[in-house]
Design a protein around this ligand. Sequence first.
Ligand SMILES: Nc1nc2c(ncn2[C@@H]2O[C@H](COP(=O)(O)OP(=O)(O)OP(=O)(O)O)[C@@H](O)[C@H]2O)c(=O)[nH]1
Ligand SMILES: [K+]
Ligand SMILES: [Mg+2]
Length: 446
Amino acid sequence: MFHVKQTIFALASAQGRAGVSVIRISGPQAAQVVEALLGRLPRPRYATLGHLRYDGELIDQALVLWFKGPSSFTGEDCAEFHIHGSRAVLERLYGVFRALGLRHAEPGEFSRRAFENGKLDLTQAEAISDLVEAESEAQRRQALMQLEGGFRDRYAQWRDALIRILAHIEAIVDFPDEDIPEHLSERIVADIITLKTEVGAAISDARRGQQIREGYRIAIMGKPNAGKSSLFNALLQTDAAIVTPIAGTTRDVIESPIRIGPYAALIYDTAGLRETEDVVESEGIRRAKARGQSADLRLWVLDASDAPEDLSAMQSGDYLILNKSDQVSSQALAALRSQYEDKKVRLFETSLTKGEGIDAVRRALEVDLEAALSLSTFPAATRERHSERLREVDAALDRALGIGFATPELMAEDIRQALSAFDALFGRTDVEQVLDHIFSSFCIGK
Ligand SMILES: Nc1nc2c(ncn2[C@@H]2O[C@H](COP(=O)(O)OP(=O)(O)OP(=O)(O)O)[C@@H](O)[C@H]2O)c(=O)[nH]1
Ligand SMILES: [K+]
Ligand SMILES: [Mg+2]
Protein backbone atom coordinates (compact mmCIF):
# COMPACT_ATOMS: atom_id res chain seq x y z
CA MET A 1 0.00 0.00 0.00
CA PHE A 2 2.81 2.43 0.83
CA HIS A 3 5.49 1.00 -1.38
CA VAL A 4 6.19 3.78 -3.85
CA LYS A 5 8.08 6.17 -1.64
CA GLN A 6 6.27 9.29 -2.64
CA THR A 7 6.71 12.43 -0.61
CA ILE A 8 3.75 12.82 1.72
CA PHE A 9 2.24 15.68 3.66
CA ALA A 10 -0.23 15.96 6.51
CA LEU A 11 -1.39 18.29 9.20
CA ALA A 12 0.47 17.25 12.36
CA SER A 13 -1.53 19.52 14.66
CA ALA A 14 -5.28 19.35 15.29
CA GLN A 15 -7.89 20.03 12.63
CA GLY A 16 -9.62 23.38 12.63
CA ARG A 17 -8.72 27.02 13.14
CA ALA A 18 -5.67 27.59 15.35
CA GLY A 19 -3.04 30.22 16.09
CA VAL A 20 -0.42 27.98 14.53
CA SER A 21 -0.80 24.78 12.55
CA VAL A 22 2.04 22.38 11.89
CA ILE A 23 2.29 20.62 8.55
CA ARG A 24 4.77 17.85 8.14
CA ILE A 25 6.23 16.50 4.91
CA SER A 26 8.43 13.43 4.44
CA GLY A 27 10.09 11.77 1.48
CA PRO A 28 12.67 12.20 -1.26
CA GLN A 29 11.19 15.49 -2.53
CA ALA A 30 11.24 17.24 0.85
CA ALA A 31 14.40 19.26 0.20
CA GLN A 32 13.16 20.40 -3.19
CA VAL A 33 9.81 21.50 -1.66
CA VAL A 34 11.49 23.52 1.08
CA GLU A 35 13.74 25.18 -1.44
CA ALA A 36 10.85 25.93 -3.76
CA LEU A 37 8.79 27.56 -1.00
CA LEU A 38 11.44 29.23 1.16
CA GLY A 39 13.98 30.00 -1.57
CA ARG A 40 16.71 28.06 0.22
CA LEU A 41 17.41 25.05 2.36
CA PRO A 42 17.93 26.21 5.96
CA ARG A 43 20.37 24.71 8.42
CA PRO A 44 19.00 21.30 9.51
CA ARG A 45 17.14 21.17 12.86
CA TYR A 46 17.15 24.96 13.35
CA ALA A 47 13.95 26.98 13.24
CA THR A 48 13.93 29.51 10.40
CA LEU A 49 11.39 32.28 10.01
CA GLY A 50 10.68 33.11 6.38
CA HIS A 51 8.18 33.74 3.63
CA LEU A 52 6.60 30.87 1.79
CA ARG A 53 6.14 31.75 -1.89
CA TYR A 54 4.99 29.80 -4.87
CA ASP A 55 4.87 31.03 -8.45
CA GLY A 56 5.79 34.50 -7.24
CA GLU A 57 2.82 34.60 -4.86
CA LEU A 58 3.23 35.01 -1.09
CA ILE A 59 1.40 32.23 0.75
CA ASP A 60 2.24 32.88 4.41
CA GLN A 61 4.96 33.78 6.87
CA ALA A 62 6.09 30.60 8.51
CA LEU A 63 8.56 28.92 10.77
CA VAL A 64 10.32 26.18 8.83
CA LEU A 65 12.23 23.22 10.21
CA TRP A 66 14.29 21.08 7.92
CA PHE A 67 15.42 17.57 8.96
CA LYS A 68 17.93 15.85 6.72
CA GLY A 69 17.36 12.08 6.72
CA PRO A 70 18.15 9.80 8.45
CA SER A 71 18.15 12.25 11.41
CA SER A 72 14.41 12.72 11.31
CA PHE A 73 11.29 11.15 12.74
CA THR A 74 10.66 8.97 9.68
CA GLY A 75 14.32 8.49 8.80
CA GLU A 76 13.62 10.19 5.45
CA ASP A 77 14.16 13.83 4.53
CA CYS A 78 11.45 15.72 6.43
CA ALA A 79 10.29 19.27 6.98
CA GLU A 80 7.83 21.03 9.21
CA PHE A 81 5.98 24.21 8.31
CA HIS A 82 4.53 26.14 11.24
CA ILE A 83 1.95 28.29 9.51
CA HIS A 84 -0.97 30.47 10.55
CA GLY A 85 -3.69 27.96 11.30
CA SER A 86 -6.50 29.06 9.04
CA ARG A 87 -8.34 26.93 6.54
CA ALA A 88 -7.35 29.31 3.73
CA VAL A 89 -3.60 29.10 4.42
CA LEU A 90 -3.81 25.36 4.85
CA GLU A 91 -5.68 24.79 1.63
CA ARG A 92 -3.39 27.05 -0.35
CA LEU A 93 -0.35 25.15 0.93
CA TYR A 94 -1.97 21.78 0.25
CA GLY A 95 -2.62 22.98 -3.30
CA VAL A 96 1.05 23.84 -3.71
CA PHE A 97 2.15 20.48 -2.33
CA ARG A 98 -0.12 18.69 -4.79
CA ALA A 99 1.15 20.82 -7.66
CA LEU A 100 4.68 19.76 -6.66
CA GLY A 101 3.65 16.09 -6.83
CA LEU A 102 3.17 15.33 -3.12
CA ARG A 103 0.24 13.36 -1.83
CA HIS A 104 -1.68 13.44 1.43
CA ALA A 105 -0.47 10.86 3.97
CA GLU A 106 -2.51 7.81 4.92
CA PRO A 107 -3.32 7.31 8.62
CA GLY A 108 -0.18 6.28 10.47
CA GLU A 109 2.02 6.63 7.39
CA PHE A 110 4.70 8.78 9.07
CA SER A 111 5.01 6.25 11.92
CA ARG A 112 5.02 3.40 9.46
CA ARG A 113 7.90 4.92 7.53
CA ALA A 114 9.74 5.44 10.82
CA PHE A 115 9.15 1.76 11.61
CA GLU A 116 10.24 0.59 8.16
CA ASN A 117 13.37 2.70 8.35
CA GLY A 118 14.28 1.17 11.71
CA LYS A 119 13.64 4.36 13.72
CA LEU A 120 11.09 2.61 15.95
CA ASP A 121 10.11 -0.98 16.61
CA LEU A 122 6.46 -1.88 16.22
CA THR A 123 5.65 -1.52 19.92
CA GLN A 124 7.18 1.97 19.89
CA ALA A 125 5.14 2.92 16.82
CA GLU A 126 2.04 1.73 18.68
CA ALA A 127 3.12 3.80 21.66
CA ILE A 128 3.06 6.95 19.55
CA SER A 129 -0.53 6.24 18.59
CA ASP A 130 -1.37 5.59 22.26
CA LEU A 131 0.35 8.76 23.40
CA VAL A 132 -1.64 10.81 20.90
CA GLU A 133 -4.84 9.17 22.14
CA ALA A 134 -3.99 9.33 25.87
CA GLU A 135 -6.71 10.86 28.03
CA SER A 136 -5.65 9.80 31.50
CA GLU A 137 -2.40 10.33 33.37
CA ALA A 138 -1.82 6.56 33.49
CA GLN A 139 -2.37 6.23 29.74
CA ARG A 140 0.14 9.00 29.13
CA ARG A 141 2.74 7.42 31.40
CA GLN A 142 2.25 3.93 30.01
CA ALA A 143 2.47 5.11 26.39
CA LEU A 144 5.61 7.07 27.18
CA MET A 145 7.25 4.10 28.90
CA GLN A 146 6.39 1.99 25.86
CA LEU A 147 7.84 4.62 23.53
CA GLU A 148 11.02 4.67 25.61
CA GLY A 149 11.40 0.94 24.98
CA GLY A 150 9.36 -0.54 27.84
CA PHE A 151 8.87 -3.82 26.01
CA ARG A 152 12.46 -4.05 24.87
CA ASP A 153 13.60 -3.63 28.48
CA ARG A 154 11.05 -6.03 29.91
CA TYR A 155 11.86 -8.76 27.40
CA ALA A 156 15.57 -8.13 26.92
CA GLN A 157 16.49 -11.62 28.20
CA TRP A 158 13.91 -13.66 26.34
CA ARG A 159 15.31 -13.54 22.84
CA ASP A 160 18.79 -14.44 24.09
CA ALA A 161 17.34 -17.33 26.06
CA LEU A 162 15.43 -18.65 23.03
CA ILE A 163 18.49 -18.43 20.82
CA ARG A 164 20.65 -20.19 23.41
CA ILE A 165 18.09 -22.98 23.77
CA LEU A 166 17.90 -23.33 20.00
CA ALA A 167 21.69 -23.53 19.71
CA HIS A 168 21.82 -26.26 22.38
CA ILE A 169 19.07 -28.28 20.69
CA GLU A 170 20.85 -27.98 17.37
CA ALA A 171 24.00 -29.30 19.01
CA ILE A 172 22.01 -32.33 20.13
CA VAL A 173 20.70 -32.96 16.62
CA ASP A 174 24.27 -33.85 15.66
CA PHE A 175 24.61 -36.56 18.33
CA PRO A 176 23.36 -40.10 17.81
CA ASP A 177 20.58 -40.87 20.31
CA GLU A 178 22.58 -42.84 22.83
CA ASP A 179 25.38 -40.24 22.97
CA ILE A 180 23.34 -37.18 23.88
CA PRO A 181 25.23 -35.60 26.76
CA GLU A 182 22.92 -35.66 29.74
CA HIS A 183 24.03 -32.30 31.12
CA LEU A 184 23.04 -30.68 27.82
CA SER A 185 19.52 -32.12 27.66
CA GLU A 186 18.99 -31.25 31.33
CA ARG A 187 20.16 -27.74 30.72
CA ILE A 188 17.77 -27.33 27.77
CA VAL A 189 14.77 -28.55 29.75
CA ALA A 190 15.67 -26.32 32.70
CA ASP A 191 16.08 -23.30 30.40
CA ILE A 192 12.73 -23.91 28.72
CA ILE A 193 11.00 -24.28 32.09
CA THR A 194 12.57 -21.08 33.43
CA LEU A 195 11.48 -19.20 30.33
CA LYS A 196 8.01 -20.70 30.50
CA THR A 197 7.63 -19.48 34.08
CA GLU A 198 8.51 -15.96 32.97
CA VAL A 199 6.15 -16.14 30.00
CA GLY A 200 3.39 -17.43 32.29
CA ALA A 201 3.91 -14.52 34.68
CA ALA A 202 3.82 -12.11 31.74
CA ILE A 203 0.56 -13.62 30.46
CA SER A 204 -1.13 -13.16 33.81
CA ASP A 205 0.09 -9.57 33.92
CA ALA A 206 -1.00 -8.86 30.33
CA ARG A 207 -4.48 -7.58 31.21
CA ARG A 208 -3.26 -4.73 33.36
CA GLY A 209 -1.71 -2.80 30.47
CA GLN A 210 -4.78 -3.32 28.31
CA GLN A 211 -7.02 -2.15 31.14
CA ILE A 212 -4.96 1.02 31.48
CA ARG A 213 -4.97 1.62 27.74
CA GLU A 214 -8.59 0.76 26.98
CA GLY A 215 -10.17 1.77 30.28
CA TYR A 216 -11.09 -0.36 33.32
CA ARG A 217 -14.64 -1.67 32.78
CA ILE A 218 -17.10 -1.20 35.62
CA ALA A 219 -20.65 -2.53 35.26
CA ILE A 220 -23.55 -1.47 37.48
CA MET A 221 -25.83 -4.46 38.06
CA GLY A 222 -28.90 -5.32 40.10
CA LYS A 223 -32.64 -5.71 40.22
CA PRO A 224 -35.05 -3.22 38.64
CA ASN A 225 -35.51 0.02 40.58
CA ALA A 226 -32.59 -0.65 42.93
CA GLY A 227 -31.09 2.69 41.93
CA LYS A 228 -28.55 1.64 39.29
CA SER A 229 -29.15 4.60 37.02
CA SER A 230 -29.12 6.87 40.08
CA LEU A 231 -25.66 5.49 40.94
CA PHE A 232 -24.46 5.91 37.34
CA ASN A 233 -25.56 9.54 37.38
CA ALA A 234 -24.08 10.19 40.82
CA LEU A 235 -20.67 8.79 39.87
CA LEU A 236 -20.62 10.76 36.64
CA GLN A 237 -22.24 13.84 38.13
CA THR A 238 -24.64 14.04 35.20
CA ASP A 239 -28.22 13.06 34.49
CA ALA A 240 -27.25 11.03 31.42
CA ALA A 241 -29.34 8.00 32.45
CA ILE A 242 -33.12 8.17 32.88
CA VAL A 243 -34.26 7.66 36.48
CA THR A 244 -37.94 6.95 37.16
CA PRO A 245 -39.95 5.00 39.76
CA ILE A 246 -40.98 2.59 36.98
CA ALA A 247 -39.19 -0.75 37.20
CA GLY A 248 -37.57 -1.60 33.88
CA THR A 249 -36.70 1.97 32.89
CA THR A 250 -33.20 1.17 31.63
CA ARG A 251 -33.12 -1.19 28.65
CA ASP A 252 -29.93 -0.57 26.67
CA VAL A 253 -26.51 -0.71 28.22
CA ILE A 254 -25.41 2.91 28.68
CA GLU A 255 -21.67 3.47 28.55
CA SER A 256 -19.69 6.47 29.70
CA PRO A 257 -16.00 7.17 30.21
CA ILE A 258 -15.08 8.14 33.75
CA ARG A 259 -11.78 9.23 35.25
CA ILE A 260 -10.83 7.53 38.51
CA GLY A 261 -7.68 9.09 39.95
CA PRO A 262 -5.03 8.80 37.24
CA TYR A 263 -6.90 5.98 35.48
CA ALA A 264 -9.42 5.93 32.65
CA ALA A 265 -12.44 3.70 33.21
CA LEU A 266 -15.66 2.90 31.40
CA ILE A 267 -18.81 2.68 33.44
CA TYR A 268 -21.94 0.84 32.27
CA ASP A 269 -25.53 1.29 33.43
CA THR A 270 -27.59 -1.81 32.68
CA ALA A 271 -31.18 -3.08 32.67
CA GLY A 272 -32.55 -4.41 35.97
CA LEU A 273 -32.30 -8.20 36.26
CA ARG A 274 -35.63 -10.04 36.59
CA GLU A 275 -37.78 -12.67 34.88
CA THR A 276 -39.84 -11.03 32.16
CA GLU A 277 -42.04 -11.85 29.17
CA ASP A 278 -41.26 -8.51 27.53
CA VAL A 279 -39.08 -9.15 24.45
CA VAL A 280 -37.35 -5.79 24.58
CA GLU A 281 -36.65 -5.97 28.28
CA SER A 282 -35.33 -9.54 28.11
CA GLU A 283 -32.90 -8.52 25.37
CA GLY A 284 -31.79 -5.70 27.67
CA ILE A 285 -31.29 -8.21 30.48
CA ARG A 286 -29.29 -10.52 28.23
CA ARG A 287 -27.00 -7.61 27.37
CA ALA A 288 -26.75 -6.59 31.02
CA LYS A 289 -25.57 -10.07 32.02
CA ALA A 290 -23.06 -10.23 29.18
CA ARG A 291 -21.68 -6.82 30.13
CA GLY A 292 -21.46 -7.85 33.76
CA GLN A 293 -19.47 -10.93 32.85
CA SER A 294 -16.97 -9.16 30.64
CA ALA A 295 -16.48 -6.25 33.04
CA ASP A 296 -13.44 -5.98 35.30
CA LEU A 297 -15.57 -5.02 38.30
CA ARG A 298 -19.30 -5.11 39.11
CA LEU A 299 -21.16 -2.70 41.38
CA TRP A 300 -24.29 -4.53 42.56
CA VAL A 301 -27.00 -2.16 43.71
CA LEU A 302 -29.60 -3.48 46.14
CA ASP A 303 -32.66 -1.68 47.44
CA ALA A 304 -32.11 -2.10 51.19
CA SER A 305 -35.86 -2.52 51.72
CA ASP A 306 -35.97 -5.30 49.10
CA ALA A 307 -35.38 -9.04 49.45
CA PRO A 308 -31.67 -9.89 49.93
CA GLU A 309 -29.56 -10.32 46.85
CA ASP A 310 -28.44 -13.67 45.48
CA LEU A 311 -24.66 -13.71 45.69
CA SER A 312 -24.04 -16.41 43.08
CA ALA A 313 -23.38 -14.06 40.16
CA MET A 314 -21.05 -11.88 42.23
CA GLN A 315 -17.32 -12.22 41.94
CA SER A 316 -14.70 -11.71 44.55
CA GLY A 317 -13.97 -8.01 44.98
CA ASP A 318 -17.32 -6.87 43.54
CA TYR A 319 -19.12 -4.10 45.42
CA LEU A 320 -22.53 -4.59 47.02
CA ILE A 321 -24.20 -1.26 47.51
CA LEU A 322 -27.12 -1.24 49.95
CA ASN A 323 -29.05 1.70 48.52
CA LYS A 324 -32.14 3.55 49.77
CA SER A 325 -30.74 3.46 53.30
CA ASP A 326 -33.19 6.27 54.01
CA GLN A 327 -36.05 3.79 53.57
CA VAL A 328 -35.10 1.36 56.34
CA SER A 329 -34.37 1.54 60.05
CA SER A 330 -30.80 1.39 61.25
CA GLN A 331 -31.51 -2.00 62.86
CA ALA A 332 -32.79 -3.39 59.56
CA LEU A 333 -29.70 -2.03 57.83
CA ALA A 334 -27.42 -3.58 60.44
CA ALA A 335 -29.19 -6.93 60.01
CA LEU A 336 -28.75 -6.72 56.25
CA ARG A 337 -25.11 -5.81 56.61
CA SER A 338 -24.43 -8.77 58.87
CA GLN A 339 -25.82 -11.11 56.19
CA TYR A 340 -23.11 -10.05 53.76
CA GLU A 341 -20.20 -9.49 56.07
CA ASP A 342 -17.33 -11.95 55.55
CA LYS A 343 -18.60 -12.62 52.05
CA LYS A 344 -16.45 -12.05 48.99
CA VAL A 345 -18.10 -8.69 48.23
CA ARG A 346 -17.33 -5.24 49.61
CA LEU A 347 -20.25 -3.56 51.35
CA PHE A 348 -21.40 0.03 51.00
CA GLU A 349 -24.48 1.90 52.15
CA THR A 350 -25.93 4.75 50.16
CA SER A 351 -28.92 6.96 49.89
CA LEU A 352 -28.52 8.16 46.36
CA THR A 353 -31.47 10.54 46.47
CA LYS A 354 -29.87 12.21 49.50
CA GLY A 355 -26.36 11.96 48.01
CA GLU A 356 -25.13 9.97 51.01
CA GLY A 357 -22.43 7.29 50.86
CA ILE A 358 -21.36 7.99 47.30
CA ASP A 359 -17.99 9.46 48.34
CA ALA A 360 -17.04 6.21 50.04
CA VAL A 361 -17.78 4.34 46.81
CA ARG A 362 -15.68 6.79 44.84
CA ARG A 363 -12.75 6.53 47.27
CA ALA A 364 -12.89 2.73 47.21
CA LEU A 365 -12.79 2.77 43.42
CA GLU A 366 -9.67 4.92 43.50
CA VAL A 367 -7.91 2.58 45.91
CA ASP A 368 -8.97 -0.58 44.07
CA LEU A 369 -7.99 0.69 40.64
CA GLU A 370 -4.61 1.75 41.97
CA ALA A 371 -4.12 -1.75 43.37
CA ALA A 372 -5.30 -3.47 40.18
CA LEU A 373 -3.51 -1.30 37.66
CA SER A 374 -0.49 0.16 39.45
CA LEU A 375 1.95 1.45 36.87
CA SER A 376 5.06 1.06 39.01
CA THR A 377 6.25 -1.71 36.69
CA PHE A 378 5.71 -1.65 32.96
CA PRO A 379 3.03 -4.22 32.04
CA ALA A 380 3.59 -7.35 29.97
CA ALA A 381 1.24 -6.18 27.22
CA THR A 382 -0.81 -3.14 26.33
CA ARG A 383 -2.81 -4.56 23.40
CA GLU A 384 -4.50 -7.81 22.53
CA ARG A 385 -1.90 -8.24 19.79
CA HIS A 386 0.83 -8.45 22.44
CA SER A 387 -1.09 -10.94 24.58
CA GLU A 388 -1.66 -13.15 21.55
CA ARG A 389 2.05 -13.24 20.80
CA LEU A 390 2.85 -14.12 24.41
CA ARG A 391 0.34 -16.98 24.34
CA GLU A 392 1.92 -18.23 21.10
CA VAL A 393 5.36 -18.21 22.70
CA ASP A 394 3.95 -20.11 25.66
CA ALA A 395 2.20 -22.69 23.47
CA ALA A 396 5.34 -23.26 21.39
CA LEU A 397 7.45 -23.81 24.53
CA ASP A 398 4.83 -26.28 25.77
CA ARG A 399 5.03 -28.23 22.55
CA ALA A 400 8.82 -28.25 22.67
CA LEU A 401 8.76 -29.71 26.19
CA GLY A 402 6.23 -32.36 25.12
CA ILE A 403 8.32 -33.55 22.20
CA GLY A 404 11.47 -34.64 23.98
CA PHE A 405 14.93 -35.49 22.75
CA ALA A 406 14.05 -38.47 20.55
CA THR A 407 13.25 -35.96 17.79
CA PRO A 408 15.33 -32.87 18.54
CA GLU A 409 14.63 -31.47 15.03
CA LEU A 410 10.94 -31.10 15.94
CA MET A 411 11.84 -29.54 19.24
CA ALA A 412 14.05 -27.02 17.45
CA GLU A 413 11.17 -26.21 15.13
CA ASP A 414 8.94 -25.27 18.08
CA ILE A 415 11.64 -23.10 19.59
CA ARG A 416 11.95 -21.37 16.22
CA GLN A 417 8.21 -20.75 16.27
CA ALA A 418 8.47 -19.31 19.78
CA LEU A 419 11.24 -17.05 18.55
CA SER A 420 9.25 -15.84 15.59
CA ALA A 421 6.12 -15.21 17.70
CA PHE A 422 8.31 -13.21 20.07
CA ASP A 423 9.93 -11.25 17.24
CA ALA A 424 6.50 -10.48 15.84
CA LEU A 425 5.82 -8.49 19.01
CA PHE A 426 8.44 -6.01 17.84
CA GLY A 427 7.43 -6.25 14.19
CA ARG A 428 10.53 -8.12 13.12
CA THR A 429 8.55 -10.84 11.39
CA ASP A 430 5.07 -9.47 10.92
CA VAL A 431 3.50 -9.74 7.50
CA GLU A 432 2.31 -6.81 5.47
CA GLN A 433 -1.36 -7.43 6.25
CA VAL A 434 -0.81 -7.20 10.00
CA LEU A 435 1.14 -3.99 9.55
CA ASP A 436 -1.60 -2.51 7.35
CA HIS A 437 -4.12 -3.31 10.05
CA ILE A 438 -2.06 -1.79 12.84
CA PHE A 439 -1.08 1.42 11.13
CA SER A 440 -4.49 2.11 9.63
CA SER A 441 -5.86 2.65 13.15
CA PHE A 442 -3.46 5.56 13.68
CA CYS A 443 -4.56 9.12 13.11
CA ILE A 444 -3.48 11.01 10.02
CA GLY A 445 -0.32 13.07 10.50
CA LYS A 446 1.26 10.42 12.75
N1 LIG B 1 -35.82 6.80 48.66
C1 LIG B 1 -34.88 6.57 47.80
N2 LIG B 1 -35.17 6.43 46.51
C2 LIG B 1 -34.19 6.20 45.63
C3 LIG B 1 -32.84 6.09 46.05
N3 LIG B 1 -32.10 5.85 44.97
C4 LIG B 1 -32.93 5.81 43.92
N4 LIG B 1 -34.19 6.02 44.30
C5 LIG B 1 -35.38 6.07 43.50
O1 LIG B 1 -35.66 4.76 43.03
C6 LIG B 1 -36.28 4.82 41.75
C7 LIG B 1 -35.51 3.94 40.78
O2 LIG B 1 -34.23 4.48 40.57
P1 LIG B 1 -33.40 4.16 39.25
O3 LIG B 1 -32.08 4.80 39.41
O4 LIG B 1 -34.20 4.46 38.06
O5 LIG B 1 -33.28 2.59 39.43
P2 LIG B 1 -32.71 1.55 38.38
O6 LIG B 1 -32.07 0.46 39.17
O7 LIG B 1 -31.88 2.21 37.37
O8 LIG B 1 -34.05 1.02 37.73
P3 LIG B 1 -34.25 0.24 36.33
O9 LIG B 1 -33.48 0.95 35.29
O10 LIG B 1 -35.71 0.37 36.11
O11 LIG B 1 -33.82 -1.15 36.54
C8 LIG B 1 -36.28 6.26 41.33
O12 LIG B 1 -37.54 6.81 41.62
C9 LIG B 1 -35.23 6.89 42.24
O13 LIG B 1 -35.46 8.26 42.50
C10 LIG B 1 -32.55 6.25 47.43
O14 LIG B 1 -31.42 6.16 47.90
N5 LIG B 1 -33.60 6.47 48.25
K1 LIG C 1 -36.36 2.64 37.40
MG1 LIG D 1 -31.99 2.25 35.36
